[in-house]
Design a protein around this ligand. Structure first.
Ligand SMILES: NC(=O)c1ccc[n+]([C@@H]2O[C@H](COP(=O)([O-])OP(=O)(O)OC[C@H]3O[C@@H](n4cnc5c(N)ncnc54)[C@H](OP(=O)(O)O)[C@@H]3O)[C@@H](O)[C@H]2O)c1
Length: 504
């Protein structure tokens, strides 16, 4: 749709919504009673006139929206989060009035099944079968997308709402990770708000803090535990002597993990959230595909126990940091000192930590998921949007965002925990250590605990010993090359377990 067509649509929509005549519009907003008639006949007003009139439309709409009538919310998706949101708004209308001075009502919803019992009263609410129709409906003032999915109806409906000038709130990290820049641009173009507080770390107000709470502080590094499923599994593995598979099964039974847990345990969910956080922290375009991602499926009790002996916990971290080559974005299991604050974030809790020049270190921790916690964040966005707060969705206008410049993972520098199945033959360990020395990799410790044997299926009948090497600060590339060399030498069996170490 051309800019002129959008302008025409905006004018007609205004006239219809406010029940004005075309003449009144022309007289009051264009100083020309014929303006709308000319527009309808195809006369093209100058860009300057269009902009002036658009600004006036926005001002009047804002004033009208402050007039005290209830704010009408359309919610697409009445599942875990959507139902909690509807419940919250229905149960706490008095609080909403007191805090906000107006009612905020869910007046329309959309979901797939009309007959499903959702534990909420939807009898007085208009039902839509199509989220796109709901999103651009005249019967709502604000659209809340809680269906999920990175494309499909979620994307189509968000676009439709913004193009109709209707503010949007969503919790959909997958969609923002993929289309966030395009949607932010659309919101800016239609001067409408687009908010997504619940998309990162559920109930923790991370987005608002990063976008509006840091002044001009420059972030050097941001890291966090952003997936409750993984944190639950790793916490239980370190507290009890149980395997990854057993923990996962429990997490599924308790509802902390999906029936198909791949997205969580392989690190992709954390990657989506990190991509959003990186953009807000470093003022870059969202680059979810430009990330090193490794999940927790290979973490063994042996890793947990050796890490524990050495004073570390293992957590799945998402880390983004400035380096001389660009910005490093990585998601992987990480050894972190038990003395660090983030090491104490256990169970399904999430945390996001920042290192900046002005506010030094900041840690935000709390519930990362769950209907009520997530709906609380959605509601906070609804309040902001209903107040008419208009901030660039990604913290600065999209045109000001820098392209994301990726720092190669091979250039990453840090300490490494390397677990090997060394062949049980004389000289194997010395040969491995010697290869490390040739690559200038300094070993901090070499650990062999006879009680910790990880049987690698590739070992077959070959006798092996489980050995853990802890390196000092070194480059990822050196570690990978050296391990390839060691494998070629024939002194190890199977794939080495490599876990990165962060010292906070
Ligand atoms: N759950 C959490 O703790 C949490 C935390 C943070 C962010 N989020 C995000 O919040 C969003 C919603 O999550 P959720 O856990 O509430 O999901 P959910 O329980 O699976 O609910 C999804 C809802 O969307 C509806 N829906 C799905 N596809 C639809 C379509 N094509 N047309 C109309 N309705 C459709 C479903 O309808 P039916 O009920 O009829 O099937 C259901 O009501 C996701 O983006 C998720 O990533 C969730």
């Amino acid at each position: 749709m051309s800019e002129l067509e959008q302008f025409r649509m905006r004018v007609e929509r205004f006239i219809e919504r406010h029940n004005w005549t075309a003449t009144r519009f022309g007289r009051e907003l264009a100083a020309d009673p014929q303006f709308v008639f000319n527009l309808r006949e195809g006369r093209e007003p100058r860009a300057e006139t269009r902009n002036k009139i658009s600004d006036m439309i926005q001002k009047i709409e804002k004033e009208n929206s402050n007039a005290g009538a209830p704010i009408r919310i359309g919610v697409a998706g009445v599942g875990t989060v959507g139902a909690a949101l509807v419940n919250m708004l229905q149960d706490q209308q008095d609080d909403v009035q007191k805090r906000f001075g107006r009612d905020i009502e869910v007046t329309a919803v959309c979901a797939r099944s009309r007959s499903k019992d959702r534990g909420v009263d939807l009898s007085a609410v208009e039902w839509f079968d199509d989220p796109v129709q709901l999103a651009k409906s005249d019967s709502i003032d604000l659209y809340v997308e809680l269906m999920g999915g990175e494309d499909g109806p979620a994307l189509a409906s968000i676009r439709a709402a913004l193009e109709a000038g209707i503010p949007v709130v969503t919790a959909n990290k997958a969609l923002i990770a993929k289309h966030g820049v395009e949607i932010a641009r659309l919101a800016e173009k239609y001067q409408t708000s687009f908010s997504f507080e619940a998309a990162v770390a559920g109930g923790i107000p991370v987005i608002k803090t990063l976008r509006e709470g840091l002044g001009l502080a420059r972030v050097q590094r941001v890291y966090g535990i952003m997936n409750g499923t993984c944190n639950y599994i790793l916490t239980r593995m370190s507290n009890e002597d149980i395997s990854f598979a057993a923990c996962l099964k429990d997490a599924q039974e308790l509802g902390y993990a999906e029936a198909d847990p791949t997205f969580d345990i392989e690190g992709f969910d954390t990657a989506h959230k990190l991509a959003i956080v990186t953009s807000l922290c470093f003022g870059t375009e969202i680059a979810a595909d430009e990330m090193f991602v490794e999940g927790i499926t290979r973490i063994d009790q042996a890793d947990i126990k050796v890490a524990d002996d050495l004073g570390f916990n293992i957590k799945l971290l998402g880390v983004a940091q400035r380096t001389p080559d660009g910005i490093e974005q990585r998601v992987h299991p990480t050894l972190i000192p038990k003395t660090s604050t983030i090491a104490g974030i256990d169970g399904v809790l999430n945390a996001v930590a920042l290192e900046t020049n002005h506010v030094q270190e900041l840690l935000m921790a709390g519930p990362g998921a769950g209907g009520d916690a997530t709906a609380a964040s959605v509601l906070a966005d609804i309040f902001d949007s209903a107040r008419g707060t208009l901030v660039p969705p990604l913290g600065m206008p999209v045109d000001e965002l820098a392209p994301y410049k990726k720092a190669r993972m091979r250039a990453h520098e840090g300490g490494y925990f390397i677990r090997l199945n060394a062949r049980d033959i004389p000289g194997a360990l010395a040969a491995i250590a010697s290869r490390m020395g040739e690559s200038d990799i300094s070993l901090e410790s070499v650990i062999q605990r006879p009680d910790l044997v990880v049987n690698d299926p590739e070992a077959g009948d070959v006798a092996t010993r489980t050995v853990v090497l802890i390196t000092q600060e070194t480059m990822e590339q050196s570690v990978r090359q050296t391990l390839d060399q060691v494998a070629q030498d024939g002194f190890i069996v199977g794939t080495p377990q490599v876990i990165r170490i962060e010292r906070f």
